[in-house]
Write a protein that binds this ligand. Structure first.
Ligand code: AQP
Length: 340
C-alpha cells in the first residue's frame, strides 16, 4: 500500500471547565500562539465543551466559560483569521467520529489512563461513561482534521499516545493508511506547571483551592498575593538547576519564571542564584503581572460583546467543518456505512 503523506496540521483544545489558569497559558495557549505565528502549518484550536461535560457543569457557567475561553485565546494572540477557532459542539463530526473510535479503542486502554484514575477517584462506578471514553473523543478531535501535531502540556501526553494507538488500530483493522500517527509536541520550561500549594500536584482549574492557581482573570493584587503565599522551602535558590531536583515548589516557581520570561530554567538560576524567596517571589510577581495583566484586560474588553464572540465561534465552526465533513464521510465509507 502506498504511504500516504499527510499535510502537517496542528490541532489542540482546552476545556471550558472553569477559568483559564497559568498552567493552561504556559503549557498550551502561549505555545499555540507561537505555532500560529510561525505560519508553517494550518492551526486549529478548539474549546472542547463536550469534554467539559464529562463532569457536571452548570449550563450558564459553561456558556460563560466557553465565551471567556474564546476571549482568552484571542487576548493571548490567537487570530481567528489565521487560526480556526471554534467550540467542539458546533462541529458534530467530532462526536460522530468519537463513536467510531469508541468501537476501535479497548476497555483496557482506557482503564490505564491516569487522568481517568485521577478524576474518577475511588468511586469509578459513579463516574460518567463520558469521562471513561474521554480519550476516544479526544482522538476524534485530532483525527477528524488529520492533524499531525498536537501541542499539549505534559499531562495530556498519554492521551495523545492513545490517539496514535487508535489511528494505528483503525488503519490495521480496515487495511488502510487513512489516519496519521500524530505527534505530541511538548516543549518549553513550563509544560507542567504545578499547584502553588503542593508541588506534587499540577495546577488545575478545578482544584478546590483558588490559592493553588493563578487565573488569567486575577487582579494584579491577587497574583502578587498568591505568589507571596506560594508554598516554598526555607533554602535560597541554588547555583544550578540540578540543585532544584528535590525541591518541587522551588523548581515550579523557577519554571514559571522561565516560561513567562521566555528563558530557560538555567538562565533563571544564573540570574537569581542565592536569592531568598523573599526577594525572588516579588520579582516573579512583577513579571507575572506584567505578562498577564494585558491579557486579562483584553479578555474583559472582548467579553463586553458576547454576540461578536458567538459570531467568531460560528465562523470558526463553519471553516472547521469544511475539513471535517469529507474526512468523516471517507471514514464512514471505509467502515461500511450505507449512504456515506
Ligand atoms: N498545570 C498545567 N501545566 C501545563 N499545562 C497544562 N495544561 C493544563 N494544566 C496544565 C494544558 O492545558 C491544555 C488544556 O487543558 P484542559 O483544560 O483541556 O484540561 P486539563 O489538562 O485537565 O486542565 P485542567 O486545568 O486540569 O482542567 P480540569 O481541572 O477541568 O481538569 C492541555 O494542553 C493541558 O496539557
Amino acid at each position: 500500500m502506498a504511504e500516504v503523506v499527510h499535510t502537517p496540521r496542528v490541532f489542540s483544545g482546552i476545556q471550558p471547565s472553569g477559568g483559564l489558569t497559568l498552567g493552561n497559558y504556559l503549557g498550551a495557549m502561549k505555545r499555540f500562539v507561537t505555532t500560529q505565528d510561525a505560519g508553517d502549518m494550518e492551526t486549529i484550536y478548539c474549546m472542547v465543551d463536550q469534554h467539559a461535560i464529562t463532569v457536571w457543569q452548570d449550563p450558564d457557567k459553561l456558556r460563560h466559560a466557553t465565551r471567556e475561553l474564546c476571549a482568552g485565546f484571542i487576548a493571548a494572540g490567537i487570530d481567528p483569521e489565521k487560526s480556526i477557532l471554534f467550540n467542539q459542539s458546533q462541529v458534530p463530526e467530532h462526536a460522530q467520529l468519537g463513536w467510531i473510535f469508541n468501537c476501535v479503542a479497548r476497555m483496557g486502554w482506557m482503564q490505564r489512563m491516569t487522568q481517568w484514575k485521577d478524576k474518577a477517584g475511588k468511586n469509578t462506578q459513579n463516574a460518567s461513561l463520558g469521562l471513561f471514553a474521554y480519550p476516544a473523543l479526544m482522538a476524534a478531535d485530532i483525527l477528524i482534521y488529520h492533524a499531525t501535531h498536537v501541542p499539549v502540556g505534559e499531562d495530556q501526553k498519554q492521551h495523545v499516545e492513545l490517539t496514535r494507538d487508535i489511528a494505528i488500530k483503525f488503519n490495521n483493522d480496515y487495511g488502510v493508511d487513512f489516519f496519521p500517527v500524530t505527534e505530541p509536541v511538548i516543549e518549553g520550561a513550563a509544560t507542567r506547571v504545578m499547584s502553588l500549594r503542593d508541588g506534587s500536584k499540577k495546577m488545575s482549574k478545578s482544584d478546590p483551592s483558588d490559592m493553588s492557581r493563578i487565573n488569567l482573570t486575577d487582579s494584579a493584587d491577587d497574583i502578587a498575593k498568591k505568589i507571596r503565599k506560594a508554598k516554598t522551602d526555607p533554602e535560597p535558590l541554588p547555583d544550578t538547576v540540578e540543585g532544584l531536583a528535590d525541591r518541587p515548589e522551588a523548581r515550579n516557581l523557577v519554571n514559571i519564571y522561565a516560561g513567562l520570561a521566555d528563558l530557560t530554567p538555567e538562565q533563571v538560576i544564573a540570574d537569581h542564584a542565592g536569592q531568598q524567596f523573599g526577594t525572588f517571589k516579588p520579582s516573579l510577581a512583577d513579571l507575572a503581572v506584567a505578562k498577564l495583566e494585558p491579557i486579562s484586560a483584553e479578555m474583559s474588553r472582548l467579553m463586553q460583546d458576547p454576540a461578536e464572540i458567538d459570531r467568531i465561534l460560528a465562523r470558526g465552526a463553519e471553516r472547521a467543518r469544511t475539513i471535517a465533513t469529507p474526512i468523516l464521510k471517507r471514514t464512514y465509507q471505509i467502515v461500511g456505512m450505507v449512504g456515506a
